[in-house]
Design a protein around this ligand. Structure first.
Ligand code: AMP
Length: 213
């Protein structure tokens, strides 16, 4: 349980599918928002814990707010961190939540591939690194969502995307072709806050570690 703390702590959470698991984890530490985050349009929430406040942001923005020290700590997917440019935070803990895989996928009934692959993704840096390590030349096609459609409609030969159950791939006649890496939610900590708020952040890491599988 998260106890008395001497300094205020701002925690940034990632919106979307993994938010409930993040709130459940914080509830186990005794940190609950004072109003229902799901029903509110607010972005900053006071908590039952007088010195803790929560922000709810898109994953990339969680990293940006922690990078700039507006949020002291954040919970964000490794997929976001692999794309993020800044490095003004530490990543001390794998929370082992929202576990999924970054994969290359393509059509089950695939025609012979061209020599230069067209790869559609929103994970540009991750895809670049993967194909560079393989020594494969590609043309990158940047999309922001609905990646599964790209091979089906002939826009791309392959996609690089997050796969959890694999149901979305199957529903679109796609299959995994290669695993790039495993993904899960990570705790990130602003480097300055790590020093100036050492006691409270140490305590947070300790209780989170106890509640992480
Ligand atoms: P699934 O059908 O369960 O394999 O889920 C695949 C779809 O959900 C893809 O469009 C992914 O972008 C998205 N997705 C799966 N897991 C996550 C996650 N942990 N965080 C964000 N998006 C996810």
């Amino acid at each position: 349980m998260f106890g008395e703390i001497d300094r205020p702590l701002v925690i940034a959470l990632s919106k979307g599918r993994p938010l409930l698991a993040q709130l459940d984890l914080l509830a186990k530490l005794g940190i609950t928002p004072s109003e229902d985050i799901g029903k509110s349009r607010k972005l900053v929430f006071p908590c039952n814990h007088p010195k803790v406040s929560l922000m709810v942001l898109r994953g990339h923005d969680v990293a940006t707010y922690v990078e700039h020290g507006i949020a002291d700590v954040g919970i964000v997917g490794k997929d976001v961190l692999l794309e993020f440019e800044g490095d003004n935070f530490y990543e001390p803990l794998d929370l082992k939540m929202a576990q999924c895989r970054m994969m290359v996928a393509g059509l089950v009934d695939e025609k012979p591939l061209p020599r230069r692959l067209r790869v559609a993704t929103k994970f540009i840096e991750t895809a670049k690194r993967f194909y560079a390590a393989e020594g494969t030349q590609i043309d990158m096609i940047k999309l922001t969502g609905g990646l599964e459609l790209a091979p089906v409609m002939g826009l791309a030969d392959r996609i690089v995307d997050i796969v959890e159950t694999g149901n979305t791939l199957i529903a679109n006649g796609l299959e995994p072709k290669a695993l790039i890496c495993d993904i899960s939610s990570r705790l990130i900590v602003n480097k300055v806050a790590f020093k100036t708020k050492q006691a409270v952040i140490d305590q947070l890491i300790q209780v989170l570690t106890e509640h992480t599988l």
